[in-house]
Ligand binder design. Structure first.
Ligand SMILES: NC(=O)C1=CN([C@@H]2O[C@H](COP(=O)(O)OP(=O)(O)OC[C@H]3O[C@@H](n4cnc5c(N)ncnc54)[C@H](O)[C@@H]3O)[C@@H](O)[C@H]2O)C=CC1
Ligand SMILES: O=C(O)CCC(=O)C(=O)O
Length: 547
């Protein structure tokens, strides 16, 4: 059973798939202070939060069995993602599930600010009938600068066009082509400052975006400009904004998010030209159900099927690419496990990965991590995963290098993994043969052709007659059945290798006896821990003609 802790008032309806699932126990708590959360977090496998709960590095120190942190929303700035990554904890979010809610809130805020609706409401509901103090401005024919043309920025731009606004969009990923299709102008920040009547922010809060709207930017804006921030506090420097409003240069601001939440700064809260909401951008029934549904479904997928869709601390790839890479992921993990055993289990100091053929056109980040995890898991077992593997390599002082090569080494696709410690290097080359599945095709300098199996025996010997028979009969004496046997050599009569797949494990006694055979220099039993787990992902023979 997996235990899931839910804090921050997540929609109960959206949690249905977890609550109804026989393998999950869901426990709800209100937003807890870090100390209290720290006391209980050790009991849980997954944690679901909105933006109030602060998932700090200190909290994660106490989270012994936590595997997933789910943000029921987009921004993960309340989660120490680095600390989670180091601990191998997957951080997922629900991108897109609250896009419409945040978009509509942005437009509501822009209109409310332009027509002074909150101020007018306050006075009217207080019994005054004041028709002179609240003359607003129209959006029609005004220029809107959208900083951050991602999901929300794009939806805001589309709707603002409906109001007859001219849109200037700024985003490093906005192409001329996409801007043209949206009917907007791709702009620089400076152009937005110079021309916009309204500016709305839709970037995440990052080191790059923190304080992007500061004194310097504000000094370049048009007199009378109005700001909307429904993204994150801190992107607009609040003190600079207040100064610009007090000086009369900026006409108003509509803020849903603040540098510190809950906000208490009277300069923001009591300014007649600033309207505020308490981080309500995603607070619609629909969005809250959807974010909770998405993260709940993904938690089930992660625990039940090891499938991750929206991790923010792992490479993302489409389902199609993942399906295409699946046989290589299986193989890569096996190659990683085998190569470290060939290095006689010494800890590596250097790892080289080379991709050839069709693989060079693929996004191989996940495959690289899979191989690296295979290598490190030999010594670090379950504490290494695809999330923390790069961090652990760095921590262990292991350098790694990945290269994509234009040649194809005689195979449609080919990968090679070398691990070294000092002068010792172990190398495995492998491929996935269309219609035949995965094959180890190179061990160190020797060419072979071995289908990876759970139990393997690697033998180094002199290339002399009778060697295969002697090995076979010794294994037979111990009732060890041989599945396949492959030999490889670089010259006749020189050094050679033999790789056997076995039906069961090999005792130390057999290994000892094997090396007593004259001309047999080394016998090493190799084991793949995950062949059964990964069996389903194998490419099985389809048709000989398709090779
Ligand atoms: N107020 C609320 O309740 C909500 C707030 N948000 C906030 O809105 C933000 C945007 O959400 P989405 O549109 O869903 O994310 P998104 O990831 O689709 O879009 C973010 C865009 O910002 C751009 N960007 C990053 N750095 C930039 C920079 N320095 N200058 C210009 N553009 C930059 C990115 O290229 C990307 O296109 C989230 O990060 C979150 O912080 C999201 C949902 C609800
Ligand atoms: O959970 C919430 O209400 C906040 C939503 C938000 O800010 C986000 O998704 O980034």
């Amino acid at each position: 059973m997996y235990k899931v802790l839910v804090t921050d008032g997540i929609s109960q309806t959206g949690l249905k798939c977890l609550v109804d699932h026989a393998n999950f126990i869901v426990e709800r708590q209100p937003t807890l202070p870090t100390d209290e959360l720290k006391r209980i977090i050790g009991d849980y496998d997954a944690l679901i939060v909105r933006s109030q709960t602060k998932v700090t590095g200190e909290l994660l120190e106490a989270a012994g069995r936590l595997r997933v942190i789910a943000r029921a929303g987009v921004g993960v700035d309340n989660i120490d993602v680095n600390a989670a990554t180091k601990k191998g904890i997957i951080v997922i979010n629900a991108p897109g599930a609250n896009t419409i809610a945040a978009t509509e809130h942005t437009l509501a805020m822009m209109l409310a600010m332009a027509r002074k609706i909150p101020q007018a409401h306050q006075k009217t509901s207080g019994g005054e009938w004041d028709r002179n103090s609240f003359k607003g401005v129209e959006l029609y024919k005004k220029t809107l600068g959208v900083v951050g043309m991602g999901k929300i920025g794009t939806e805001v731009a589309k709707r603002a066009k409906g109001f007859g606004m001219n849109i200037l969009g700024f985003d490093p990923y906005l192409t001329e082509d996409r801007a043209k299709k949206l009917g907007i102008t791709k702009a620089s920040l400076d152009l937005i400052a110079a021309e916009a009547d309204f500016i709305t922010i839709h970037t995440p809060l990052t080191n790059d975006t923190r304080g992007i709207i500061n004194d310097e930017f504000l000094s370049k804006t048009k007199k009378g400009v109005r700001f909307v921030n429904c993204a994150r506090g801190g992107i607009i420097d609040e003190k600079a904004l207040v100064r610009a409003i007090q000086s009369g240069h900026v006409a108003g601001a509509a803020l849903d998010v603040f540098e510190k939440e809950p906000v208490g700064d009277p300069e923001l809260l009591q300014n007649p030209n600033i309207i505020v909401t308490p981080h309500l951008g995603a607070s619609t029934v629909e969005a809250q159900e959807k974010v909770a549904e998405e993260v709940s479904a993904e938690i089930v997928e992660i625990f039940e099927n090891q499938s991750i869709q929206h991790a923010v601390n792992m490479p993302q790839m489409s389902g199609e690419t993942q399906a295409k890479l699946q046989p290589y992921l299986v193989l890569g993990d096996q190659v990683g496990q085998l190569v470290i055993q060939l290095l006689k289990n010494s800890a590596p100091t250097k790892i080289e990965i080379n991709y050839y053929g069709d693989l060079i056109d693929e996004d191989t980040e996940l495959l690289t991590r899979t191989m690296l995890r295979g290598v490190l898991s030999y010594h670090l077992s379950d504490s290494v995963n695809l999330i923390n593997v790069l961090h652990l390599l760095k921590e262990q002082g292991v350098s790694y290098n990945v290269q994509k090569n234009a040649t194809n080494k005689g195979f449609a696709n080919y990968l090679e993994l070398s691990v070294s410690q000092g002068d010792e290097t172990a190398r495995i080359g492998a491929t996935v043969l269309n219609g035949y599945g995965a094959r180890i095709v190179k061990i160190n300098q020797y060419r072979i052709d071995v289908k990876p199996e759970k139990y393997l025996l690697y033998i180094k010997h002199q290339d002399v007659p009778g060697m295969i028979g002697k090995v076979g009969s010794l294994l037979g004496d111990y009732q060890i059945n041989i599945g396949t046997m492959q030999v490889g050599r670089t010259e006749v009569g020189g050094e050679a290798i033999m790789v056997l797949t076995l039906d069961k494990t090999l005792g130390t006694e057999v290994s000892r006896e094997l090396v007593q055979i004259p001309g047999l220099d080394e016998a090493q039993f190799l084991e793949l821990s995950n062949v059964d787990t990964f069996e389903a992902g194998r490419v099985e023979p389809q048709a000989v003609e398709s090779v």
